[in-house]
Write a protein that binds this ligand. Structure first.
Ligand code: NAG
Ligand code: CA
Ligand code: CA
Length: 614
């Protein structure tokens, strides 16, 4: 569990296999359709008339490639005024036509409408009037969504700014609700120690088809009760996602209309098979799997999914959700105090999982946080003892305000992703990662390593791309166009690097430009598979610099890692080069800082890095 100290350890070999990705090609997006009006029916207290008559305006959204001069030329040819690019949407322009009726129930006809036949016009949409919803609920709190759940007023991470503590951001969850998204038709399961399915705040959304007891091999995931309430963890995570809203009980889930299930799999021996069964439960029914556990966060373990769990991940992303891909959300780890580094955890390090870090209410780094380059984004959780914690459902039909650690952050992310999946159920597993990269924000999160990569995204080893933003995610999801198929380019360099204190190795990558099926133009994940023999693994630090100059730390020194096993085909992953170009010189640096604990009589090290990546 990623909240306390009880961890499980395994001794399976490190993973290997498929690596890096990205998708080449067109990054165009289509605009949000007029159908939206019908979707925005009930928006928490604001009852909107469903599917009202459309009111057309004399404003158009137009997509034209070729830059501003071309857009201006086309605008004047058909009698429009080009008001300019639509926000940050490249190639999308706001056109205005003064000669049409300002508000009409009929879409506009006339010579200006021939613009749609213009070959350079890729897409055009006359704008329809939408009901204006007040979104300035933040200042003062007078517009705050009101729920009668007793814990609602103290749920700071959902409506922090109308709270006396004045936190800085609340992940805009209420903003997503007000746009009509509360998780309807989305199914989430919690892979953990069970779920109290008859909890008054969970029973309404409980989904037996998203539940199983792998430990007991039956269909009932009820936790095993003992005096110490050891098995409270899954129930706590579940409430964060989908506790019922406004039922006068306990809390409000982030996706309070989602279906929630639980898999009881941590209350017994965890094996590769137990993991594989859990990760592959009912993949045509379950959309999101949330896991807040992993190998020991003791700062000396290197472990990841073994062959069955790997297959479960791969089947999930290929076949789950009818080919759109199961969504696996993972807690990045709680080993901060043991100076653990999440690159040594093959679950968080996997390209198939969305690895989630935590930040405290203040935006400060929590003591348990593990840094690494594979973290995608961050949600709130506990921090110092005076910082507030996470409020959720608890075992024995109770409620708690002390859920903590990255354990609390992963289900929060799962809930936010559920809102985005309601906004657009056709998002693939990679679309979701792209949307998270684009919408998460550095904001007030405190780190000394924030950098902007060549694609313009701010990223940190503490927080990935930053704090998740639910409203920005549903807006992006609504208009999202599926990314092109993933290309995997594996470039092999078998080289041995002489032992030294720092070795630098430059590898000139093409991004597989000679093979159209593998050619990677823009990067998503970059994986470097490394084999190192070394007398003390914890003395190593590894950095990778992309052709655009973005430097990721793939491994940090680990104080407690005295292992002589080195790394055998271990896959280090970084998200920091997201959307950068793949081709060019990659620089791998391995720094060996001999600690006092090192036995100097042991011979030096041999590094090879079959770089399988890009
Ligand atoms: C919650 O329920 C109360 C009645 O107990 C009602 O007055 C209120 O409008 C409800 N809130 C929302 C947001 O639906
Ligand atoms: Ca409730
Ligand atoms: Ca860890």
């Amino acid at each position: 569990r990623r909240e306390g100290s009880a961890e499980r350890g395994r001794s399976s070999p490190p993973p290997r296999g498929e690596t890096t990705s990205h998708a080449a090609g067109d990054r165009g997006r289509s605009g949000g359709g007029g159908d939206l009006l019908c979707r925005l029916t009930l928006v928490l207290g604001f009852l909107l008339p469903a599917c009202r008559t459309r009111l057309y305006t004399n404003h158009w959204a137009v997509r034209i490639a070729g830059g501003l001069p071309e857009a201006n030329r086309i605008a004047s040819k058909y009698g429009y005024v080009n008001i300019g690019q639509i926000g940050t949407l490249k190639d999308y322009y706001h056109f205005y036509h003064s000669k049409t009726i300002k508000r009409s129930v009929l879409s506009s006809r006339g010579t200006h409408s021939f613009i749609s036949m213009e070959p350079k016009v890729e897409w055009i949409q006359q704008q329809v009037v939408k009901r204006r919803i007040k979104r300035d609920y933040k200042p003062g709190g007078t517009q705050s969504t009101y729920f009668n759940d007793p814990k609602w007023p103290s749920m700071w991470y959902m409506h922090c700014s109308d709270n006396t503590h004045h936190c800085q951001s609340d992940m805009n969850i209420v903003g997503a609700w007000k746009r009509g998204y509360t998780g309807k038709n989305v199914v989430v399961t919690i892979l953990d120690d069970g779920i109290e399915r008859n909890h008054p705040d969970l029973m309404q959304n409980y989904d037996s088809q998203a539940s199983f007891d792998v430990n007991g091999n039956d269909f009932d995931p009820m936790p095993r009760y003992d005096a110490s309430n050891e098995n409270k963890h899954g129930t706590r995570c579940a409430g964060e996602v989908a506790a019922t809203a406004n039922n006068s009980h306990c809390t409000v889930g982030i996706a309070f209309n989602a279906k929630i299930g639980g898999v009881r799999m941590l209350d017994g021996d965890v094996t590769d098979m137990v993991e594989a069964k859990s990760l592959s439960l009912n993949p045509q029914h379950i959309h999101i799997y949330s896991a807040s556990w992993g190998p020991d966060d003791d700062g000396k373990t290197v472990d990841g999914p073994a062959s069955l769990a790997r297959q479960a991940f791969e089947n999930g992303i290929r076949m789950g959700r009818r080919g759109l891909g199961s969504v696996f959300v993972w807690a990045s780890g709680n080993g901060g105090r043991s100076r653990d580094h999440c690159s040594c955890d093959g679950y968080t390090n996997s390209i198939y999982t969305i690895s989630i870090s935590s930040t405290a209410e203040s935006g400060k780094k929590p003591w348990y946080l593990e840094e690494c380059a594979s973290t995608l984004a961050t949600t709130y959780s506990s921090g110092e003892s005076y910082d507030r914690k996470i409020i959720t459902t608890d075992l024995r039909q109770r409620c708690t305000d002390s859920h903590t650690g990255t354990s609390a952050s992963a289900p929060m992310a799962a809930g936010i992703i559920a809102l985005a999946l309601e906004a657009n159920p056709f998002l693939t597993w990679r679309d979701i990662q792209h949307i998270i990269v684009r919408t998460s924000r550095a904001g007030h999160l405190n780190a000394n390593d924030w950098k902007t990569n060549a694609a313009g995204y701010k990223v940190s080893h503490l927080y990935g791309f930053g704090l998740m933003d639910a409203e920005a995610m549903v807006i992006e999801a609504e208009k999202w166009t599926t990314v092109p198929p993933q290309h995997v380019c594996v470039e092999n360099t078998d080289r041995t690097i002489r032992p030294d204190s720092i070795v630098r190795s430059i590898y000139k990558a093409t991004g597989c430009s000679d093979n159209p099926n593998h050619h990677v133009i823009y990067l998503e994940h970059v994986v470097v598979r490394i084999t190192i023999t070394h007398p003390r693994r914890g003395d190593l630090a590894i950095y990778l610099t992309s052709p655009s100059g973005t430097r990721s730390q793939l491994l940090a020194n680990r104080l407690f890692d005295h292992s002589m096993e080195g790394f055998k085909n271990w896959e280090f992953m970084t998200t920091h080069c997201w959307s950068e170009k793949a081709a060019g010189d990659w620089i791998l640096e391995i720094c060996d800082t001999p600690s006092q604990l090192r036995n100097f009589k042991t011979p030096g090290s041999i590094f090879t890095w079959p770089i399988s990546a890009i």
